[in-house]
Design a protein around this ligand. Structure first.
Ligand SMILES: Cc1cc2nc3c(=O)[nH]c(=O)nc-3n(C[C@H](O)[C@H](O)[C@H](O)COP(=O)(O)OP(=O)(O)OC[C@H]3O[C@@H](n4cnc5c(N)ncnc54)[C@H](O)[C@@H]3O)c2cc1C
Length: 438
């Protein structure tokens, strides 16, 4: 591909940058025509590893890419249903939460419906460098896997989070270790008739879904779920605490003292992490109950244990499990490990690379998600979905995306950051940069 120059480059065509594309088309058509989104995959594919036929999104369809910002948008989930002839059916279903597969299809439909923003697939960003003119930051050069480059004045990183593989499992034969994000692709090619011993690691929603699904996908397997916690727990789903997922709460969260933000995140943890959706919980318990009733006992749950060592031995993996109540250890041998271990809390690769190139010791963003560069600049970079510590628990979720896209776009359009230094940003009420992660 030839080198290219655009005003705005967005990396990653997940929901975050699709929401930005929609905002660009509706609010800034001229800039939209000079904007490019690049995506490493050959299409938009939302959660392809966990797109189980019966899996539901846990977010209202009204929290789509646009409705909370512009309920009259042609890019809404409702218009998607209308355009694809499924509106009657969805209404008749009487549910606020669509199936995950419908959300994935809606995102693809949105990508196809873009008229102004250029979206290119099969283009993986492998490097990003700042461009300086004198001492002023004037743009970014993004390098693509094929060696070509894209120069831009504005850069928006929406690459999602990096997967988390616990340290103790990192050296194992990758052929036998499957993270939830790769589940469907990797399990789909295995023989169905073999009595695999499977260990599922984790105690949250992803692990629960893996444990549930593998029993159907590998019908002869014997799955064991290993978790540190005392047992599976449901998500906390109170309508009161759900108000903390409102886009309007971002201001309040961001303006809070750092200790208060930490406390809020700790208290909100059961609403999004380390919990299982009530419907899945019920189904899982029934599976375990029926397994015991049948006398087959092929399902096991090992709670309150840490995996303290792991090694490959011939064709199997040998795990050392330590009971944290007593310190006693035991060995479990397995053919396949499924990791419901989620995502790394650290900044993703692209952000780390960029901050390294900028010589920043910390990643800090303004209220409007702009990376604080602390040098005079006529360019800017924005971070999507990785600012939970400063912008609240909803930051990685669909709930705030429509509004976040608008916050970023308005910051670009206002362009008042052009001469920002850290000191100048600190002096401006409401734009105080806060260390998001180090
Ligand atoms: C199983 C599962 C279910 C979920 N369900 C919900 C839900 O129901 N509701 C909800 O609100 N949230 C849910 N989430 C949270 C999820 O994080 C968000 O819904 C959303 O996907 C985040 O969007 P994003 O665009 O920021 O990141 P992502 O969706 O991760 O998209 C990032 C995109 O960037 C691309 N990319 C990455 N690196 C590069 C690169 N170097 N070059 C080019 N492209 C790159 C990726 O291929 C991907 O397409 C779920 C998460 C999981 C794991």
């Amino acid at each position: 591909m030839a080198d290219r120059e655009v005003e705005l480059l967005a990396v990653g065509a997940g929901p975050s940058n699709l929401a930005l594309a929609v905002a660009l088309e509706e609010l800034a058509p001229e800039l939209a025509r000079d904007s490019l989104i690049i995506e490493r995959n050959q299409g938009v594919s939302w959660q392809p590893g966990m797109l189980f036929p019966e899996a539901l999104s846990n977010t209202s369809f009204l929290k789509d890419l646009v409705t909370l910002r512009n309920p009259r948008s042609r890019f809404s989930f409702l218009n998607y249903l209308h355009a694809t002839g499924r509106l009657d059916l969805f209404v008749n279903m009487g549910s606020l939460t669509p199936y995950r597969a419908e959300v994935a299809d809606y995102l693809q439909w949105t990508a196809r419906s873009l008229a102004l923003v250029d979206l290119q697939y099969g283009r993986q960003c492998v490097d990003i460098s700042p461009e300086w003119t004198g001492g002023t930051l004037t743009g970014w050069t993004t390098t693509i896997a094929d060696g070509s480059t894209i120069r831009s004045r504005y850069l928006v990183l929406g690459t999602g989070r990096d997967i988390r593989i616990p340290e103790v499992l990192r050296d194992l034969d990758r052929d036998r270790v499957v993270h939830s994000t790769q589940y469907q692709k990797r399990i789909g090619v295995l023989r169905k008739d073999l009595p695999y011993r499977v260990v599922v690691v984790g105690g949250g929603q992803s692990a629960a879904e893996l444990f549930y699904s593998v029993q159907h996908d590998l019908p002869e397997c014997r799955p064991t779920m290993v978790m540190r916690s005392v047992g599976l727990n449901s998500y906390e789903t109170s309508k009161f605490t759900n108000e903390l997922f409102f886009p309007s709460f971002v201001d309040e969260f961001h303006a809070s003292r750092p200790e208060a933000r930490e406390q809020m995140l700790a208290e909100m943890r059961p609403t999004n992490y380390a919990g299982v959706a009530p419907g899945m919980m019920e189904s899982l318990y029934r599976q375990v109950y029926l397994d015991r009733l049948s006398g087959r006992s092929r399902l096991q749950m090992i709670t309150m244990h840490d995996i303290t060592a792991a090694r490959d031995e011939g064709d199997e993996i040998v795990l050392e499990l330590t009971d944290w109540r007593t310190g006693a250890t035991r060995e479990v041998r397995t053919d396949l490990m499924l990791l419901g271990t989620g995502f790394s809390p650290e900044m993703p690769w692209a952000v780390r690379r960029l901050t390294e190139r900028l010589g920043l010791s910390d990643v800090a963003v303004t209220r409007d998600y702009r990376l604080v560069v602390d040098r005079p600049s006529t360019a800017a970079c924005y971070l999507h979905g990785v600012n939970e510590k400063t912008h609240g628990i909803a930051d990685s979720l669909l709930s705030v995306m429509a509004n976040r896209a608008n916050d970023i776009l308005q910051d670009v359009l206002t362009g008042d950051h052009h001469l920002d230094t850290l000191a100048a940003v600190v002096a401006t009420p409401g734009t105080t940069p806060v260390v998001a992660a180090s």
